[in-house]
Design a protein around this ligand. Structure first.
Ligand SMILES: Nc1ncnc2c1ncn2[C@@H]1O[C@H](COP(=O)(O)OP(=O)(O)OP(=O)(O)O)[C@@H](O)[C@H]1O
Ligand SMILES: [Mg+2]
Length: 256
């Protein structure tokens, strides 16, 4: 199969199969994820969305009994053969459904990645923290409480802090697994606006159960069902003219 142009496509997934022990959770997934776009992953519970998104930065490596076959190229390199998994996770950051700040100050949450990457100069760290908080649209809210515990922030603020923490590690991709499902509508809107801003610089892959969210923010949508990628298309096309009847049933709310 011809390799996708790594300048245009951040990920090029070819024939990916994933098993948890004997149970196959992803079946022959092939898709190209375009740079500086938002790709939404949708589908009913248990269809493999989280499994797929976690494979993109090899977070499944930690799960005993999980094994994959097939190929994923990230910026042209095979993530299983040519890329160190730790380095991969800096370049491909992840934001989860529940905000997961560390029980540390706002500052230390954001400085965590850069510190691990070897940056210890105070001024440099301060610059990275400020820049990352600004990019994640939380500088104004947090600049006066940088040294207070992140656990004192609201859920929506915590989620944006986690995005700032991800950005501080200088990724090129941000994976988001249902990042707004624990948030109120206003915080949700802030994260959606943020995603739209961030795609100028980053590639974003987002799992969502909200069809409205997929429509509002994504360029491409991938519909998963029972471990298979049933349909993958421009979001507008998929929502106005789905090619598979199962996609239509799902997006119109008739199942799942
Ligand atoms: N660590 C694991 N060990 C064994 N099976 C797993 C593991 N994680 C997920 N699975 C199974 O893989 C399948 C896909 O799960 P996954 O979490 O990827 O679904 P999902 O689409 O993200 O669902 P949801 O919308 O509920 O989050 C399910 O059948 C699930 O039970
Ligand atoms: Mg999931």
């Amino acid at each position: 199969m011809a390799k996708a142009d790594p300048v245009e496509y951040t990920f090029d997934v070819n024939g990916l199969d994933l098993y948890y022990d004997q149970t196959q959770a992803l079946k022959d997934i092939s898709m190209k994820i375009q740079k500086n776009q938002i790709t939404a992953l949708i589908g009913p519970s248990g269809c493999g969305k989280s499994t797929f998104i976690k494979t993109l930065n090899r977070m499944n490596d930690w799960i005993e009994g999980c094994h994959v076959t097939g190929q994923i190229l990230f910026e042209g390199k095979d993530i299983f053969k040519e890329v160190d998994s730790l380095a991969l996770r800096y370049r491909v950051g992840m934001v989860f459904q529940q905000p997961t700040p560390f029980p540390k100050s706002v500052f230390e949450n954001v400085a965590y990645g850069p510190r691990i990457q070897g940056i210890s100069n105070k001024k440099e760290l301060e610059e990275i923290v400020e820049q990352s908080l600004r990019q994640a649209a939380c500088w104004d809210e947090m600049k006066d409480r940088l040294h207070q515990s992140a656990l004192g922030l609201s859920g929506g603020q915590q989620q944006r802090l986690c995005i700032a923490r991800t950005l501080a590690a200088r990724p090129s991709v941000i994976l988001m697994d249902e990042p707004t499902s624990a948030l109120d509508p206003i915080s949700t809107q802030k994260i959606e606006d943020l995603a739209l801003e961030l795609k100028e610089k980053y590639t974003i892959v987002i799992v969502t159960h909200s069809m409205q969210q997929a429509r509002r923010i994504s360029d491409k949508t991938a519909f998963f069902l029972l471990g298979e990628l049933l349909e993958f298309n421009d979001t507008i096309e998929m929502f106005t003219n789905p090619s598979n009847p199962k996609t239509e049933e799902y997006i119109t709310g008739r199942f799942g």
